[in-house]
Ligand binder design. Sequence first.
Ligand code: SF4
Length: 565
Amino acid sequence: MKDNKKFARKKGQWRGRQVDSEALKEVRALLGDESRQRDLLLEHLHKVQDKFGFISAAHLVALAEEMNLAHAEIFEVASFYHHFDIITEGQQAPPPLTIRICESLSCEMHGAQELIAGLQNEIVRQNNLQKVRIQRVPCVGRCAHAPIAVVGCNPIENAMSESISLAIRKQETQAALPDGYCDYQLYLKQQGYQLLTDCMTGKIDVESILEKLENSNLRGLGGAGFPAGRKWRILRNQLKPRIVAINIDEGEPGTMKDRFYLERDPHRFLEGSLIAAWAIEAEAVYIYLRDEYAGCRQMLEKELKKLRANPPCSLPDIYLRRGAGAYVCGEESAMIESLEGKRGMPRLRPPYLAEVGLFGRPTLEQNMETMHWVRDIVEKGPEWFIDKGRHGRKGLRSFSVSGRVKTPGVHLAPAGITLNELINEYCDGMQQGHHLYGYFPGGASGGILPASLADIPLDFDTLQEYGCFIGSAAIVVMSQYDSARKLALNAMRFFADESCGQCTPCRSGTAKAVQLMQAEHWDTELLQELSEVMVDASICGLGQAAPNPLLCALKYFPQEFGQEV
Ligand code: SF4
């Protein structure tokens, strides 16, 4: 019979793990006098991870105690995000240095696997296994310079074993501030924040701003493409208090445009966001920045400090929040969940975020690049933006181009430009010895098109009939040395790793698809049936779009499956 006395809790003792007094002391010291409110959970987890290089079970319990959260709740959040290393009793702490090597599309095309294998051998040869570990990671947003390794927080472009070893030897593991960016003083000299001041002082009215945005046809540039002006207007009809939430979680493989603008001109999107907050009468602005952009985070912290210390006019509260390595948090409602300190699981809608968003309040959620263009559109007039389109399309698009072109990078080009035009006019053509074979028009989730379809306009709503979409305009250019079949598998592995697991069609569907796609002969009938279920029954865009590359590979690249073209 069970000895009840032996198992009985002492008076005042909690169920489950007991709080370790040393861990509690450490957590208290790390948190200092910062708020313990729930939405700061990710921020506080980062503090522990940064300090110790991992999060022990004792620290999780101490943090739960400190934040008045259940142990299970804090564990489920911490374990959801790739950038937190949870170490329970009996497990070994990870080596002090982590090297993350991207193995998404462009990096895979540029030898990521060989780089990983070479580096692993090198680490073993140098007997460094206790000091360094290698992690395979998805896109880190620098695809123009693939392959990319991140040593600690220090991104190494065009990475080779030698450059990585050098960074390790020199202990260069911190991210640097972006070079020569337009800081607060310079931005002010360029009449920055004048527009915001004019708005706040009544020189410009809300209606005129909304009209300009609507007339410019500015759309959400994170991928969904919802008209920005209309979104702001919807928010104005919602109950107060309202919130603005800015999404800088760009994790779609191939996408690097937000980082590109952020590293050069951070106050431009801040001013756009503050104008949005004024227009919808929001009381706070939340900025969600992906953890991979550590240099940008430091820069934003510094610049926000300057802005708050010497504001051009009265400002709402501005909060900068750090993601923790979860692609799905780029989905707007998952980002809101993450901002609330929870797992980044997409919400079922309705209700939409405009009605019930962050902390249950009406929320204007916008991509960072969308906000970047607000000032130019208002100051230069909507025609400046809308007149730039091509092939009947309107506006400008920032194409993140990577792969086999001579000049990859972020290219600002007319909406509706074709791939052939983009390559020839903006990318200096294909690399020597490469000819166009196919391309991803919208990152990993936007599908794959063959070279024969390189003359169709690239824009929102133009690619659906081909089973593709432009999304965040991440173009990955393939040549005769690449394989649509292999890259479709790469994309599916990525979706399987990043699925939040909330719904079965996506959680099991992506994993099953990876299994089927690894086989020498694809069971096309089963893959098509599986895709149909994923598209029809997944909760969010991740599961719905995951089959796009595989379906396109089957449709447009039959030669890779032993069929006649
Ligand atoms: Fe999560 Fe995938 Fe379902 Fe989206 S589709 S909610 S990522 S399981």
